[in-house]
Design a protein around this ligand. Structure first.
Ligand code: NDP
Length: 620
C-alpha cells in the first residue's frame, strides 16, 4: 500500500510510528510482529511431550560415567532421625543447617556416587557457574574456602560440595548410588519407611525432599534416534573416554571426528568453544538461539576476599535477591551481567531513554526489553564475521523468556572454519539416520552426536514425584502424585497436609529460581528450624492443617507472581511448558511478593514461635 491509499489519520499514525522508530532505533510494531512470527515457528502441539526421559530404552543415556559398577553394600533396615533425599546443594545446605541445630543422625541419599547433584552429573567441557560464585557457592564462610574465580568451574563447585560434606560430617551416614523408590508414612510408629533400589527399608523420623531439578536429562523424540551408528551421549553424562580431555578442554579424541551438538542452551554455550577448538568439524544444530552476553570472568582478588567482614555472604545474597525481586538497593554488590540486566529491566535504569514518551508501565517494560534485545543482537553482529550466521544467532524474544547466557568465547567460535551453525528455522532436528542427522533435505554425516537438550525440571507439581523417581505415601496411603495431580497444595511450598514430618524444598509455591542458592538459603534455614523445634518440643509429628494449606494456596492464587501473559507470549522453552503454559502454572508458581517477601514471611513465622498452621502431636 502506498501513502496515497491511506486515510489522513493513518498517514499521521504512520508518520508518528516512523518518528518513534527513528527515535528508538527499532519499530515496536515490527518487533511485536517479528517476535510472534519467530514464536509461532517453534510452537509444537506436543509441547512438553516432545521429549523422552532417559529411561526405559533410553536408560543407557543416564548411566553414571564416573563409576562403572557401584560397590556392594548390605541393605539397610536401621533407623535414622532425618533422611534427606538428594545430595546436591539443597540437601547439603539443609543438612548442614540441621547439624548446626544439633541434629546428629542425618542420612543423605543420592543416586549419584558423591555429593554435588547437578555438579556431580554435569562435568562437560567448559562447565562453570553463570551466577557469581560468591553468592552461588553456599556456606563459603562456614567452610572457609574461597572460590578462586568470579565464575568458578564445575569441578571447583563440586569440590566445594564435598568440603561441605566433610565439614559437617555428612559423609558418615550417606548412601550414594542409591535411588529412593518409595516413601511411606507409618502412622502408628510415626516413622517414614524409605525404600530404595538397593533393597533398603530404613526408618526415619523426618524426611526432607531436596531432589533438585537438573538431573533427569531428556532427549527429543525424533524418528530414528536409535538408528544412529556412531557414538552418542547426553551432555550431562559426558563421555571423556571418547572425547579425551576434561572440563578444561583438551578433547584430543575429537581431532578426527565430525561432531554434531544438538541444542544451544546454557550448557551448549559453555561447551561449544571447546568442541569447536578440538573437533575436526563441529555442527551446532540450533532451534532457538540463546541470548549471549559478556561474562567477564576473572580470578578472585585475594585482598578483596580478605577484606570481607563476617556475614558478607548473606548480605551479598540478600542484595542479589533484592535486585531480582525488584526491591531497590543502594549498591549492586554483585554487579555482573545478570544484575546489570535486572537493573535495566526492573529497576528503571533502562527507562531513561523512554521517559518523555508517556508510556504506561507494561508498554515501558516492553520498550526497555526491545531495547535490551536490540543491543544484544547488535553485539552478535559485531562479533560474528559471516552476516548470515550472525543473523541466525540473533534471538527474537523477550529477555527472560529463556535462561540468559554469559560467555566470551561462544560467539567467536562461529568464526572458525570448522564450525558450522545448522539453523533449523525453529523446527529442530527432524530425523536421525545411521549416518547422522537430517535437517530439511540435507543429511549431515557425523561420527558423534551430543545432546545438550536439557532436563526435566521440577517446576510442575504434577511431575514432582516422577522427577524424584519415587512415590510418597502419606497418611492412609494417600500419594503425593494424586494430591498434586491438579497443582500444588502446600504451606510455604514445604508442608503438605496428609504428609506429616515431611519437608519439601523446591521452587514450587515458594521463591523464584534465578539463583537456586537464593531459594535454598531461606528454605534450608526454615527446614532446620522446624526439625530443631520438633525435637526440642518433643513432637511425635508435625503436619500442616487443611486450613493453613488452603490459606497458602489461596495466597498463591490471589497474588500470583507468575506473569501468565508474558509466558504465553514467550518463545517455547522449559520456562513456559514448551509453548503451552500449563493450567497449573499459577498454583505451582512462586510466592507473589518475590523472594524477599517470601523469606521475610518465613522469618516472621519463626519469630512468632507457635509454628502456626501446623498440627503438633506431642508424645504421651
Ligand atoms: P536447555 O533446556 O536450556 O536447552 C536445551 C536446548 O536443546 C535448547 O537450545 C533447545 O532448543 C534444544 N533442543 C531441544 N530439542 C531440540 C530439537 N529437537 N532440535 C534441536 N534443538 C533442540 O538445557 P541446558 O542443558 O542448556 O540448560 C538447562 C539449565 O541448566 C539452564 O537453563 C540453567 O538453568 C542450567 N545451567 C546452568 C548453568 C550454570 O552455569 N549455572 C550452566 C548450564 C546450565 P529450544 O530453545 O528451541 O527449546
Amino acid at each position: 500500500m502506498t501513502a496515497g491509499n491511506l486515510q489522513p489519520g493513518q498517514v499521521r499514525e504512520n508518520a508518528t510510528r516512523r518518528a518513534l522508530a527513528d527515535r528508538l532505533g527499532f519499530d515496536p510494531e515490527e518487533m511485536r510482529r517479528k517476535y510472534e512470527e519467530e514464536r509461532d515457528k517453534r510452537v509444537r502441539p506436543e509441547a512438553e511431550r516432545q521429549y523422552a526421559r532417559l529411561e526405559g530404552r533410553l536408560e543407557s543415556f543416564a548411566a553414571d560415567p564416573h563409576l562403572a559398577e557401584p560397590a556392594w553394600r548390605p541393605a539397610l533396615t536401621d533407623e535414622v532421625e532425618v533422611v534427606v533425599v538428594g545430595g546436591g546443594m539443597t540437601g547439603l545446605v539443609t543438612a548442614a543447617r540441621m547439624r548446626q541445630a544439633g541434629v546428629e543422625s542425618i542420612r543423605i541419599i543420592d543416586s549419584a556416587g558423591d555429593f554435588g547433584g547437578s555438579w556431580y552429573w554435569n562435568d562437560y567441557p567448559g562447565i562453570m557457574c553463570d551466577i557469581e560464585s560468591y553468592i552461588y557457592m553456599p556456606l563459603i564462610e562456614e567452610v572457609g574456602t574461597f572460590p578462586t574465580e568470579r565464575f568458578a568451574s564445575g569441578p571447583e563447585i563440586q569440590r566445594h560440595h564435598r568440603a561441605i560434606g566433610e565439614k559437617f560430617e555428612l559423609y558418615k551416614d550417606a548412601c550414594f548410588h542409591t535411588q529412593v523408590t518409595d516413601l511411606r508414612w507409618d502412622e502408628s510408629a510415626a516413622r517414614w519407611t524409605v525404600r530404595t533400589d538397593r533393597g533398603d527399608a530404613m526408618l526415619a523420623r523426618f524426611v526432607v525432599l531436596a531432589i533438585g531439578g537438573l538431573n533427569r536429562g531428556k532427549l527429543p523424540q525424533v524418528p530414528g534416534i536409535e538408528n544412529f551408528g556412531g557414538h552418542v551421549f547426553h551432555s550431562s553424562r559426558w563421555d571423556y573416554a571418547y572425547t579425551g580431555g576434561d572440563y578444561r578442554g583438551g578433547l584430543t579424541g575429537l581431532q578426527d571426528k565430525r561432531v554434531g551438538l544438538v541444542g544451544t542452551g546454557a550448557t551448549a554455550v559453555q561447551a561449544v568453544p571447546h568442541l569447536g577448538k578440538w573437533a575436526k568439524e563441529l555442527y551446532v544444530f540450533q532451534r532457538t538461539p540463546s541470548s549471549v552476553e559478556v561474562r567477564d570472568n576473572r580470578p578472585t582478588d585475594e585482598d578483596w576476599a580478605r577484606s570481607l567482614k563476617p556475614g558478607w555472604q548473606a548480605e551479598r545474597m540478600d542484595n542479589f535477591n533484592r535486585l531480582i525481586s525488584g526491591v531497590p538497593v543502594e549498591r549492586d554488590l554483585v554487579d555482573d551481567g545478570w544484575t546489570k540486566k535486572l537493573r535495566t529491566l526492573l529497576h528503571g535504569e533502562g527507562a531513561r531513554r523512554f521517559k518523555d514518551l508517556g508510556l504506561g508501565s507494561a508498554e515501558l517494560a516492553e520498550m526497555i526489553d526491545f531495547d535490551v534485545m536490540a543491543r544484544l543482537r547488535e553485539r552478535i553482529g559485531s562479533i560474528v564475521d559471516d552476516p548470515k550466521t550472525a543473523e541466525k544467532l540473533m534471538p527474537y524474544y523477550r529477555y527472560l523468556c529463556k535462561r540468559p547466557c554469559f560467555h566470551d568465547d561462544y560467539l567467536p567460535t562461529f568464526n572458525r572454519p570448522n564450525v558450522h551453525l545448522v539453523d533449523t528455522e525453529g523446527r529442530g532436528v527432524e530425523t536421525f539416520t545411521e549416518a547422522g542427522i537430517v535437517v530439511g533435505d540435507k543429511e549431515y554425516v557425523l561420527d558423534c552426536i551430543i545432546f545438550a537438550t536439557g532436563f526435566d525440571t521440577n517446576v510442575h507439581a504434577a511431575r514432582y514425584t516422577g522427577i524424584g523417581g519415587f512415590e510418597v505415601h502419606g497418611r492412609r496411603g494417600i500419594s503425593l502424585s494424586d494430591k498434586w495431580a491438579n497443582g500444588a497444595r502446600s504451606l510455604h511450598g514445604q508442608h503438605v497436609h496428609g504428609f506429616p514430618n515431611l519437608l519439601i524444598l523446591s521452587p514450587i509455591q515458594s521463591a523464584y529460581a534465578f539463583n537456586w542458592q537464593g531459594i535454598i538459603k531461606g528454605q534450608a534455614e526454615q527446614a532446620a528450624y522446624i526439625i530443631k523445634e520438633a525435637r526440642a518440643r518433643g513432637l511425635v509429628s508435625f503436619e500442616v492443617t487443611q486450613a493453613a494449606e488452603d490459606e497458602w494456596v489461596a495466597a498463591i492464587l490471589a497474588k500470583s507472581g507468575v506473569q501468565l501473559e508474558f509466558l504465553q507470549a514467550c518463545t517455547p522453552g522449559y520456562y513456559n511448558g514448551d509453548g503451552k503454559v500449563p493450567d497449573t502454572a499459577v498454583v505451582d508458581g512462586a510466592y507473589a511478593g518475590g523472594n524477599i517477601d517470601y523469606f521475610n514471611l518465613l522469618a516472621d513465622w519463626r519469630d512468632e514461635g507457635g509454628m502456626r498452621g501446623l498440627d503438633l502431636r506431642r508424645g504421651d
